[in-house]
Design a protein around this ligand. Structure first.
Ligand code: CP
Ligand code: NVA
Length: 315
C-alpha cells in the first residue's frame, strides 16, 4: 500500500518513539497523515490545541536549532508547555542516573520527554523507567524525527512514497540509519553510497534490508542514476573529532552539480541541516530550486506535533 491510499485511524499503539525499529508502515502513515493535517491547520491559522495543559520536558546534551525550536514551538501551538533542561543545568549524567531522573520526572506530571544525547541506551533506559512518553531527538545511532520529516517532504513533492529512489551520499551515520529504516518501511528504494570503512552500521542495515529495498554501494554513479532524491549529511557528526583521513575518504561523495546531473531531471536535493557548505554539498546545489532543505526543516515541526499528539494525547 502507498501512503496516498492509506485511511488514517488517528491513533498508534505506541508510547515512545525511540528508533523506528518497532514502528509499522501504518504507524508511519498515521504520523504523516496527521502531520499533513496539522500543517494545513497551521498554514490557515486554525487553532489546534490538542495537547492543552500537557508538558514536554526537553533534555539536550548536544546543540540544536531545528529540533529544539520545532519541539518548543510545536508543543506551544498544541496548547501545551515546554521545559528546556540543558545537560549542564541538570544532574543527569553528572551525579544522577537515568533511572533516578526518570523516576523523579515521573512524579512532577511530565507528559513527554524529547531527548537529544549520545548513547541510544540512555534514551531507552529513560523510556523504561519513566511514566512519560519518550521521543528521540537524536542519538549517535538514530534521528527518527528527522527521517519522518524527510519522508513527509518526499511525499509532498512526489505525491507518493512507494518506489521513490532516495540515494544518500557520505558518512554512514545516525541520519542515514533512520532514513534506511523509515524508507524501507514505507516502500521507498533507499541506496546508501559510502566509501569503504564509512558505511552505516551493519546490524541496522541488515534490519532495514529485511523490511524493504535498501542497498549499500561505494559507487556514486550507480547510486545517483535515476534517483528521485539525493541526500547528504555532514562528514563529522556532533561529538566526532575532525579527522583528515575520513575527510579524504568522503570528499568524492560530495553532492555537487555533476552528481545531480546523473539523477532524474526532477530529482530533489535533501539535507537534514546544518550543512557544511563546500564539504558534503556545494552552494550551487543547496541553493538551487531543486533543494528542499527548508521544506524538510519546516516539516520537523509538523511531524513532531503529530508524534506528540499520537503519543502524549492518550492520557
Ligand atoms: N536537523 C537537525 O536535527 O538540526 P538541529 O541539530 O539544529 O536540531
Ligand atoms: N549527523 C549529524 C546530524 C545533525 C542534525 C550529527 O549527529 O551531528
Amino acid at each position: 500500500m502507498d501512503v496516498s491510499n492509506y485511511k488514517p485511524k488517528g491513533r498508534i499503539e505506541h508510547k515512545h518513539l525511540l528508533n523506528l525499529l518497532d514502528y509499522s508502515e501504518s504507524d508511519i502513515f498515521e504520523i504523516l497523515h496527521l502531520a499533513q493535517s496539522l500543517k494545513a491547520a497551521q498554514h490557515k491559522g486554525k487553532k489546534h490545541e490538542f495537547l492543552k495543559g500537557k508538558t514536554l520536558a526537553m533534555i539536550f546534551s548536544k546543540p540544536s536549532t531545528r529540533t529544539r525550536v520545532s519541539f518548543e514551538m510545536g508543543i506551544r501551538q498544541l496548547g501545551g508547555h515546554s521545559l528546556f533542561l540543558p545537560y549542564n543545568d541538570i544532574r543527569l549524567g553528572h551525579d544522577e542516573t537515568i533511572h533516578d531522573t526518570a523516576h523523579v520526572l515521573s512524579r512532577y506530571g511530565i507528559d513527554g520527554v524529547a531527548i537529544r544525547t549520545f548513547k541510544q541506551s540512555d534514551v531507552e533506559d529513560l523510556a523504561k523507567h519513566g511514566s512519560f512518553s519518550v521521543i528521540n531527538g537524536l542519538t549517535d545511532d538514530f534521528h527518527p524525527c528527522q527521517a519522518l520529516a524527510d519522508i513527509m517532504t518526499v511525499m509532498e513533492r512526489f505525491g507518493h512514497l512507494s518506489g521513490v529512489k532516495l540515494a544518500y551520499f557520505g558518512d554512514g551515520n545516525n541520519v542515514v540509519n533512520s532514513l534506511m529504516l523509515a524508507g524501507a518501511k514505507v516502500g521507498m528504494k533507499v541506496v546508501v553510497c559510502s566509501p569503504n570503512g564509512y558505511a552505516p552500521n551493519p546490524e541496522i542495515t541488515a534490519a532495514a534490508q529485511k523490511m524493504g529495498d535498501v542497498t549499500v554501494t561505494d559507487n556514486v554513479e550507480e547510486a545517483a542514476t535515476d534517483a528521485d532524491a539525493l541526500y547528504t549529511d555532514v562528514f563529522f557528526s556532533m561529538g566526532q573529532a575532525r579527522n583528515p583521513e575520513k575527510e579524504k575518504a568522503l570528499a568524492p561523495y560530495q553532492v555537487n552539480s555533476h552528481v545531480m546531473s546523473m539523477a532524474k531531471q526532477e530529482a530533489v536535493f535533501m539535507h537534514c541541516l546544518p550543512a557544511h557548505r563546500g564539504e558534503e554539498v556545494t552552494d550551487d546545489v543547496i541553493d538551487s530550486p531543486r533543494s528542499v532543505v527548508f521544506e524538510e526543516a519546516e516539516n520537523r515541526l509538523h511531524v513532531q506535533k503529530a508524534i506528540m499528539c499520537l503519543l502524549m494525547g492518550k492520557k
